[in-house]
Design a protein around this ligand. Structure first.
Ligand SMILES: [Zn+2]
Length: 289
């Protein structure tokens, strides 16, 4: 039942007028440094691959990306959604801030958008420098690709909704991967797992009830999204048990494929005038003196 059908509050006489208020973009981004496509294009021209990681289906792996390196996430075999976590490699408390990234850019991100870190740092952790699915844009259902509106599939919500335990949700996969990386238990790793960038996932909100929906990812074998690491990154990527997320997740029902991560180092002279972004300069006084 739609929410409006169960509320009994009558609309006031000026309801139409109140609804006519014009929306303004909450966070104008004109003052952010512009996306320097030429810089990334030049840097990409002379680079060599320094590592490669295969993410097995229904599982996750970590990988490191030094500042100033590119990394690409690809579908080497078939359509597959990936759930990405990013941390400052030196301090796990600085991590990807999905909510503010959404507020600054959009519900779905593509070339030119940045992945921002949590407060009090609030700086670009990575910049999206290429996206083979950039052509998708927004479809007739209002859906887009690479979402920052979903969180990650997790065993708690699954238990809540189905009454069953499933251990290969992205949240659990990411917890196990970080635990293995840091030689800690999954329980110790779990608080570091955060809302993700849903790579290749095609999602939106239903027009009538505004509920989160997913549909078959348009990604095909060979599709990729490329990032430039703005700071030293530790990353974890889960190959979602939902596969292309066309029907279900949080189970072994969907057909799943591996994901491929490649890290590239540009020639040093290409980065001669580049420096990692500084953390926010806010005083942190919060008005308390
Ligand atoms: Zn998932």
């Amino acid at each position: 039942m739609a929410r409006r059908e169960i509320t009994a509050t009558p609309a006031p006489p000026d309801a139409a007028e109140r609804r006519r208020a014009e929306g303004v973009v909450a966070y104008p981004v004109e003052n952010l440094p512009p996306f320097d496509a030429a810089f990334y294009e030049t840097a990409r021209r002379e680079m060599r691959k320094v590592s490669e990681t295969i993410i097995p289906p229904r599982d996750a792996r970590t990988f490191s990306v030094p500042a100033g390196h590119f990394f690409r996430i690809a579908c080497p075999e078939g359509s597959q959604v990936g759930d990405l976590n990013l941390w400052n490699a030196r301090d796990l408390s600085e991590r990807f801030f999905s909510g503010k990234t959404r507020a600054l850019h959009a519900t779905h991100v593509t070339t030119g958008d940045r992945l921002w870190s949590t407060l009090p740092w609030l700086r670009p952790m990575a910049t999206i420098t290429d996206d083979s699915l950039a052509w998708y844009g927004w479809d007739a259902d209002g859906a887009g690709v690479h979402d920052v509106i979903g969180t990650r599939c997790d065993p708690y919500t699954n238990l809540l909704l189905t009454g069953a335990e499933y251990h290969h949700c992205c949240h659990s996969n990411l917890s196990r991967a970080l635990a293995a990386e840091r030689n800690i238990s999954p329980r110790e790793a779990e608080p570091h797992i955060h809302d993700v960038l849903n790579v290749f996932m095609c999602t939106g909100f239903t027009r009538d009830t505004h509920q989160y929906f997913m549909k078959a990812s348009p990604a095909r074998r060979g599709d990729f999204i490329e990032f430039f690491a703005e700071i030293d990154l530790l990353a974890a990527l889960s190959a979602c048990p939902g596969g292309d997320c066309s029907a279900s997740h949080s189970s072994d029902e969907a057909q799943c494929h591996p994901l491929l991560v490649e890290v590239f180092r540009p020639a040093a002279h290409k980065l001669a005038h580049w420096a990692p972004p500084a953390a926010s300069a806010y005083s942190r006084s919060h008005g308390a003196g």
